[in-house]
Write a protein that binds this ligand. Structure first.
Ligand code: ADP
Ligand code: ZN
Length: 525
């Protein structure tokens, strides 16, 4: 076998970023990718939308030779092939939907040894010479999507799936089977028919990590909040994730001054230094590592007792992966994620300024929105988190909201006042100025623009400045408004705010973040 060409990337976490554009693995993916890449027979059961395809696509890139992907869904195969090609991966499909040209192209690529992934409809396995062809091209892995189709008693039975077991025996290569729906009987049937009854490594675990306590808090005095959280867990190993490298060093110092043992860790450090911190973290009890996302991919410490986010992560996937480093031993672990309007702005502009194609940027905004929705959630955090990954559940009893349900109020009126201030000033200002208008504060900027004459001027005195900041933050979290990066954070209304403005929809807001501050600026009437 040929060794990978120089510069060929085979590190899964880096490929995840470079090829697929994801910040982290989704629940379960990492373990499956590891097992499949290592060439073990695997059976993975993941909910729809959980991200199965990555679990064979990524190993296919890490392994030598061709990965054959068998799927009954032609449209889906074509989509995946297109996506992979756009990302620069050599992939092709042999399905009944192909034109002759496409088929010829696939065969040419196979003959040239230039294909990494070959998608095939199961019917193709029945075609004369198919198995010989597969024998010839150096298949090193078979991936079977919708593996439950092999079950003769199921609704989706595909007779051609019965050929797959034979193909595996014939080629003598590992097989990875995936499905979203497999009761115990179907599972047993998959094992019998695809693996000749030999138990594959199975991944049936749901996404839930019930021993991890989930909590979010709006940023108030972020450094103080992190120090308090750490102080209550003194002597226990933890990770604090920060948005920037500079912040990791400052916070590590502050933690040391507070009597903890702490170390900074980020991508700008020398590899030697980084390895030293990793080694200390593995061996020392109670070390706190203050890190950027660069920390954790290779860390396998089962007894990390807590994870805190000093800044909002990039996406709900990144969040899940980062908190998921805590409590691998199954013992209780705690997490705290801080978030504020600056984080939201920062994450949005990072997405907007990335060089990714528009669809990917839109998906990134969606994944950020999902995280913001979780941060601003009114009910059980876990239920919401698992729901996002496709799993139904009941309130967990082990998150901040289950501990103490947030007090809510009908915020429709406040939101409409804010939207009206935004619209009447041409969607041209940030929250500071808008709050001045709502409070009726006659600043120079207000006077210069003549905004004291607006009907909205001073209508919002029921709330103080801090409360308005919380309202605006929640509005951003609910994606009712978004900062416009062309206009330095000027807030624009989104389409989802229209029904609120028209009084067709109500907005429920959290009250607990709205405590009136003592040092409120006097409002001018
Ligand atoms: P299914 O499990 O239903 O086959 P897919 O593989 O189609 O799911 O993935 C569902 C969606 O999740 C896709 O839009 C995919 O881009 C996205 N996705 C998969 N893995 C990740 C990840 N690690 N981070 C972010 N998004 C992901
Ligand atoms: Zn809960």
């Amino acid at each position: 076998t040929a060794s990978p060409a120089p510069g060929t990337e085979t590190d899964p976490s880096r490929l995840l970023r470079q090829i697929f554009g994801f910040d982290g693995f989704r629940p379960g993916q990492e373990e499956i990718v590891e097992a499949v890449t290592a060439g073990r027979n695997t059976l993975a059961i993941m909910p729809t939308g959980g991200g199965k395809s990555l679990c064979f696509q990524l190993p296919a890139l890490c392994r030598e030779g061709v990965t054959v992907v068998i799927s009954p869904l032609i449209a889906l195969m074509r989509d995946q092939v297109r996506g992979l090609r756009e990302a620069g991966v050599a992939a092709g499909a042999l399905t009944s939907g192909n034109t002759d040209e496409e088929t010829a192209e696939v065969f040419a690529a196979l003959d040239a040894g230039a294909l990494k992934l070959l998608y095939m409809a199961p019917e193709r396995l029945a075609a004369a010479g198919a198995v010989n062809m597969l024998r010839r091209i150096g298949v090193s892995l078979i991936a079977v999507d919708e593996a439950h189709c092999v079950s003769q008693w199921g609704h989706d039975f595909r007779p051609d799936y019965l050929r797959i077991g034979e193909l595996r025996r014939d080629l003598n290569v590992p097989l990875a089977a995936f499905t979203a729906t497999a009761d115990e009987e179907t599972r047993a049937e998959i094992v019998t028919r695809l693996f000749d009854g030999e138990q594959p490594q199975s991944f049936l675990r749901g996404f839930d990590r019930p021993n991890i306590h989930l909590a979010f808090t709006a940023k108030d005095q972020p450094r103080r909040q992190i120090l308090d959280f750490a102080a209550a867990r003194k002597g226990r190993s933890g990770i604090v994730y920060c948005g920037t490298r500079a912040k990791t060093e400052g916070l590590a110092r502050a933690l040391e001054e507070a009597g903890h043992s702490a170390a900074a860790y980020h991508g700008g450090m020398e590899p030697d230094q980084r390895r030293m911190v990793e080694a200390r973290f593995q061996s020392e009890d109670g070390l706190i590592v203050v890190a950027t996302v660069a920390f954790g991919m290779g860390v396998d410490k089962p007894d990390i007792r807590w994870v805190a986010h000093a800044d909002l992560p990039k996406s709900i996937e990144a969040y899940y992966q980062e908190i998921g480093r805590a409590g691998r031993d199954g013992a209780p672990a705690e997490t705290l994620t801080l978030y504020g309007p600056d984080d939201i702005r920062l994450r949005r502009s990072q997405i907007d300024e990335s060089l990714a194609p528009p669809e990917r940027r839109m998906a990134d905004h969606g994944r950020l929105n999902a995280l913001l929705g979780l941060a601003e959630a009114l009910g059980c955090r876990r239920q919401k988190l698992l729901g996002y990954f496709g799993e139904d559940s009941t309130p967990c009893g082990y998150c901040d909201h289950c501990d103490r349900p947030p007090e809510t109020f009908d915020g429709t009126q406040a939101v409409r006042m804010a939207l009206s201030a935004i619209l009447r000033t041409g969607e041209y200002f940030g929250s500071g100025h808008l709050i001045d208008i709502l409070l009726g504060t006659e600043t120079d900027k207000v006077r210069a623009r003549g905004h004291e004459a607006l009907p909205t001027f001073g209508v919002g005195q029921e709330w103080d400045r801090r409360q308005w900041q919380a309202i605006f933050r929640q509005m951003m979290g609910l994606d009712l408004v978004r900062p416009d990066r062309e206009r330095h954070g000027a807030l624009r209304m989104t389409d989802s705010a229209r029904p609120v403005l028209r009084d067709e929809e109500k907005v429920t807001l959290r009250r607990d973040t709205l405590t009136r501050s003592r040092d409120r600026r006097p409002a001018v009437k």
